[in-house]
Design a protein around this ligand. Structure first.
Ligand code: AMP
Ligand code: ZN
Length: 114
């Protein structure tokens, strides 16, 4: 989508601290990290939010989730884990309307969120 910041990041038109890329996925450090490890994994395909997905996206969503855990494991967090977050729309306080999973680790994360 032409005016989507994450589409532009995935296409290399806006700089990011890339940590992974393949044909379908792109992962990069969050610009405002909330933990020692905090990165985002997105599909290159523009999907606004998780409510807009269907069964046709099942394989892509599976790959997204699995890549998120693999990249967190690579960062030394396999033993202690972390958190995988997908904010959605206004009640979920989603600010960028291109589906993304936040992956956080490296410290104890409190629960529940505010
Ligand atoms: P959300 O509130 O779930 O939509 O999260 C959007 C996230 O994108 C926030 O954590 C922002 O810090 C992050 N973000 C926004 N712009 C950029 C950018 N240009 N590069 C990296 N992360 C970004
Ligand atoms: Zn997009």
């Amino acid at each position: 989508m032409a005016d989507c910041i994450f589409c532009k990041i995935a296409a290399g038109k806006i700089p990011s601290k890339k940590i992974y890329e393949d044909d379908e996925l792109y992962a990069f450090h969050d610009i405002s990290p909330q933990a020692p490890v905090h990165f985002l994994v997105i599909p290159k395909k523009h999907i606004s939010n998780i409510m807009e997905t269907s069964s046709e996206d099942s394989a892509l969503l599976g790959r997204l989730l699995h890549k998120a855990q693999a990249l967190l494991s690579e960062r030394g967090c396999a033993e202690k884990g972390g958190r995988f977050v997908i904010n959605c729309k206004s009640d979920g306080m989603q600010t960028v309307e291109h589906i993304h999973i936040h992956v956080l680790g490296g410290r104890v994360l409190s629960w529940p969120p505010g």
